[in-house]
Design a protein around this ligand. Sequence first.
Ligand code: NAP
Length: 315
Amino acid sequence: MSKFPLLSLSPLGPSDIQEQLDSEFECHLVGRDGSLEELLERVGGQVTALVTTGGRGAEAELIERLPKLQVIACYGVGVDAIDLVTAARHGAAVTNTPDVLTDDVADLAVFLLGALHRLIVRGDSWVRAGEWARSGGIPLGRCLRGRRAGILGLGRIGEATAQRLEAFGMEILYHKRSPLPDSNWSYLDSPVALAEQCDDLIVCCSGGSATHHLVDEKILNALGPESTLVNIARGSVVDETALVAALRAGGIGGAALDVFENEPEVPEALFDLDNVVLAPHIGSATWETRRAMGTLVLDNLRAHRDGRKLLTAVE
Ligand code: NAP
């Protein structure tokens, strides 16, 4: 079988997954095999598949430089950085990696919220700095039990997060554009109503233009000084300037963030705030999940190469 030429913008999963990609396909990996520009000049005219990540995506200019492109395989679930209109115009199908990362991202949402309320990161710094012995314990935290979690975007990750938080004794409220038909959880018909009613707003919706700055100054004001924000979705969903201002002014009680507007840049104004927990976009970053994601990318590419139906096509 002739090898299927593909351009990969990022290595796939644990190294053995990338090795499988290299052995089964003619993989041109940016960084390892040349710069993007060099690879586009050398093989851009031949590649039929593009491997990218949720964060890197594929902009129109890139897609247009791959005239034989048939499939874009995204190593991640969010496809907001892929120009889907241009891909469709070029006849290129798009795949992503839903479901296999849901549990890890939901776990992280819970861990971040717990770390924020139980002062785990602050306590760690306190112990390491010798302050426990010098000054005694840190202030009291808050328990999750009895608080109201507001899930903004109750899809796969939102639902898995809600299930976990319910097990911690939290009440679940949610907002999405179309309410779930049979749910015991309380539906609020707008993001601002959700922010007004909840204690902890957990952002779990998709990114992209439809949700850009959905969490703005108005929502942060509606949350108020006793409430917190967790974002494990996309940095673009939250107006970061408004968030920094609200945190610095005490307008909201705290934030735990896995995603940022201009990753890997994080506003330095957050660094000296002890009511903030920061993570470097690690929602799916476990060996198990990255292996499952890499395998799903490979399986989609194999299906396309062999003329079978794609496993997880983005409709
Ligand atoms: P999903 O199942 O498609 O869920 C997305 C949810 O967002 C749906 O409930 C959708 O409901 C809601 N939504 C979309 N637009 C909305 C709007 N304008 N207002 C309110 N809700 C809206 O996706 P998923 O698998 O749960 O993933 C969610 C997102 O998590 C991904 O898109 C990705 O960006 C992010 N993610 C982050 C990490 C990480 O490492 N931190 C990892 C994986 C994924 P309606 O359509 O009814 O509104």
